[in-house]
Design a protein. Structure first.
Length: 176
């Protein structure tokens, strides 16, 4: 079973709610061809939190994109982009090799940029290159800079100690 405890379900809901709140609060920069979706800074946390973060980011994107006004393509496409990006990052991040977290974060940037950039180019009737570039720039900022910094903060010993004391399982390189 993917989510087997109340704690994991609560964590999933928390990730989803944070994602939705950040997208709606920063709506002017969260939607459009050129976007910096600050909520995407949560995506690299899938490397540490696993399924709770993966499902939270997926549901969060689905709910948040209802408010974007771009319709079903954005609702489904954004959810799928977050699902594939976070799932792959989690798998890559669990590899016990140096640089796996950087590679995982880069994978998220590419997945989100390709999936979202492609359907935004269709929705806005612009060249594919413009759609890809617009999302890539924002993803580099949100996922690559903010998200990777957030990942680093949550993987530091004081944060790990606090999270573990609350019974939250983390996927760290020294585990499993």
């Amino acid at each position: 079973m993917l989510l087997k405890t109340v704690r994991e379900v609560s964590l999933t809901i928390t990730f989803a709610a944070l994602y939705v709140a950040a997208v709606i609060a920063l709506a002017p920069i969260s939607f459009g061809v050129f976007q910096v979706r600050v909520a995407d800074a949560l995506l690299p946390l899938a490397i540490l939190f696993g399924w709770s973060s993966i499902l939270g980011a997926t549901v969060g994107a689905v709910v948040a994109n209802f408010f974007g006004g771009l319709g079903a393509i954005d609702v489904v496409g954004g959810g799928l982009a977050n699902f594939f990006a976070t799932f792959l990052a989690w798998k890559i991040g669990r590899l016990k090799v140096k640089g796996s977290w950087i590679c995982a974060t880069a994978t998220e940037i590419l997945m989100v940029s390709i999936i979202v950039g492609t359907y935004l180019s269709y929705l806005f009737s612009i060249p594919l290159e413009a759609g890809l570039f617009g999302v890539l720039v924002g993803s580099l900022i949100a996922i690559g800079i903010l998200g990777y910094a957030l990942l680093g903060a949550f993987s530091r010993p004081p944060a790990v100690k606090i999270l573990r004391s609350h019974g939250i399982k983390l996927y760290l390189r020294d585990q499993d």
